[in-house]
Design a protein around this ligand. Sequence first.
Ligand code: BZD
Length: 839
Amino acid sequence: MTQPLIPIDQCPIQIEDDRTGTNVETLKRAFADNLFYLQGKYESLATQDDFYMALAYTLRDRLLSRWLKTTKTYMEKDVKVVYYLSAEFLMGRHMGNSLINLHLYDRVRQAVEESGLDLDEILEHEPDPGLGNGGLGRLAACFVDSLATLEIPAVGYGIRYEFGIFTQAIRDGWQAEVPDKWLRFGNPWEIAHPDQAVEVKLGGHTEMYHNEKGEYKVRWIPANRVVGIPYDTPVPGYDTNTVNPLRLWRAEASDDFNFDAFNAGNYDGAVAEKMRSETISKVLYPNDNTPQGKQLRLEQQFFFVSCSLQDIIRTHLLRHPSLHNLHDTAAIQLNDTHPAVAIAEMMRLLMDEHEMDWNTAWRVTQKTFSYTNHTLLPEALEKWSVGLFEYLLPRHLEIIYEINRRFLEDVKRWYPGDDNLISRLSLIDESGEKYVRMANLACVGSHAVNGVAALHTQLLKQDTLRDFYRLWPGKFINKTNGVTPRRWILMCNPKLAELYNSKIGEGWLKDLSQLKQLEKYVDDPDFCQQWREIKLHNKRQLAQYIWEHNGIEVDPHSMFDIQVKRIHEYKRQHLNLLHIIALYNQIKQNPDQHIVPCTFIFGGKAAPGYFMAKLIIKLTNSVADVINHDPDVRGRLKIVFLNNFNVSLGQRIYPAADLSEQVSTAGKEASGTGNMKFAMNGAMTIGTLDGANIEIREEAGEENFFLFGLTAQEVADTKAKGYNPRDYYSSNPSLKAVIDRIAAGYFSHGDKELFKPLVDSLMYHDQYMLFADYQAYVDCHKQVSKTYSDQDKWTRMSILNALRMAKFSSDRTIREYCNEIWNVQPVPIEMEEYSQENA
Ligand code: BZD
């Protein structure tokens, strides 16, 4: 007699087999098995990529039982889920993270070594998935790590770009962009789910019709349809069973569309159309803080938003008969305005596809959404031309007009006669060509709006979103950013983590405030000695990397003064350069004077179309060329531009820094998160009162922070009075000498034209007020040098910085979002008992 079939999810799970077992022998067997059966290679012919792939599958297998159990638990318990919508997730490499979060580092290392291989080499073989530009995308990655670690039901929704952020090469000192083919060898971490594909409409027109109840309804007749295929990547929590999905959508042409064209005999046309559809998820736009206004970008935004909302609604309807209570099962976060079209798409789905009336749909939408703003730069606020919007999303434009009409009616009632207020609040900018203002849409459609550092939120309330704050003060809330201590301490600085573990155990990894217990060691000579040795070790490793990649020899005992981040005028990499040139001028005047040996390290990508940012890179390399080779300098100053700054390079850099450069014009950097990574790894900060620097200084203690420069208020006041950079130039001989040297072609083989645009921009505009802050910066650096010369004092300050950064764990940030915005609770995942061996 045949056995009755047991439903698959009720099958007793075999907990110790070649796909789940975690003893060294099993791991070795699984690794060999994957090499043979998945890579199709004998060990003798396998490449490093094969080994990497085989090991990645070995780890993914070990995540799967927890992953499936997590999904099943969420369904059964019908929990509220956080949906984090972000056009970017800058995840960094997965393998090291999985090893850490599965607690498998040591055993896998042993298994790999006993197989005659080197784990570090294999780890280096993983491509760094660059599906983001910078801070905003990396923040999303830290957030999904913390969500899983805190056992919060969550899904990250985004785009599976075939090409991530370009690889940066440096040719003749200039940035060159090389495409990033990160999927070339396949991606072992993701699982595609074509069964859950969804259709997305684009273009066309709308029409009215009567439904069966005799009501007027609108339907959208699209000109084109594309299909979104979801690819899921596991996001494991640290020291929990929770494994949440990161669900990224890939665009594919819809079959019936091609079929029609094909049947009509238009084969070329069908293929061309197919390719056009598929370009939607081809490439990440490499601009940060400068919107592009390109049709394809709007298509990308709408594509992933529509896929994600349809998926969220499908999930809800599996457990609930209607969408009236969607906000009880879903909290949707908009990571900047890139997904803000979701407000209109949700309204459309609820009304046109699920028969909800306007008022109910609007209530549900507002209760479901919340919005994070990441920028104060006015030019970076996204707006889409009404013409383009209408062409691509005709139904959404109608809905936005209707939201606007109702919203402005309310405003007129609340503030009668204030026409200026109306035109500022309107979702449509009508000052010239008409635009849809995405930040306004996001504010109106959300129940919470947050900035990403205290000052940033305050400035949003005061300036950028002032009028909305006046209407709804209760909507605005600050959520200071954070970063995950798993990747940004444990993974990147294992020796520091080991020191912490040896004193207080591993609890700090989930509760960073435990590091405060270590403050009692700040005067303990042994501890301080170990601290210095760890820093020196990390600096030696970076020096080795610099030698191998740049051919520059740097002294690990010199001060490592580092600025790594996107290249942008407001971030003022060129202020750093002005200071370096000032030091050089001093040496040229008096080659024998004492200066503290210093290695200045830069890294960061410029948007390909941002000429001034690219010129700053060229100037950095040109200054490096001259100074590094000048015999008068005698190696006391070295300048290094590390190309292709990305997450994995960051992991080498932050732990090796003595000094972290956070020198943006006050009021311009929303938060910064690199500043947090540096400080957590024991770097001192030289910085302005901008973004989260202010809070870092508060936490570290003001005596442990090198502060300089105008405040945001002073910047505004100085501008208002009429700022003239030439006054600073003429009255400051040091500044004049620096600028004159650049202008004279000293760093450009006598070519006076090369850096003229940069010099002129400073002399005649200086929008970011480098000249106003120059002297304060140079003076502050003198303090830094003096302090660095007293190694005991420096060590003490470094230790206190690192130990006092608990506030900047993204776990703290996420707890606040959970309690104050999302209203979600942890849901622990119970696993069946593991065998003794795994315990
Ligand atoms: O977001 C950054 C801000 O500049 C930082 O101050 C802040 O710390 C982080 C995280 O909140 N913004 C971005 O990184 N923005 C982008 O990358 C971006 C990308 C595309 C379009 C516009 C901006």
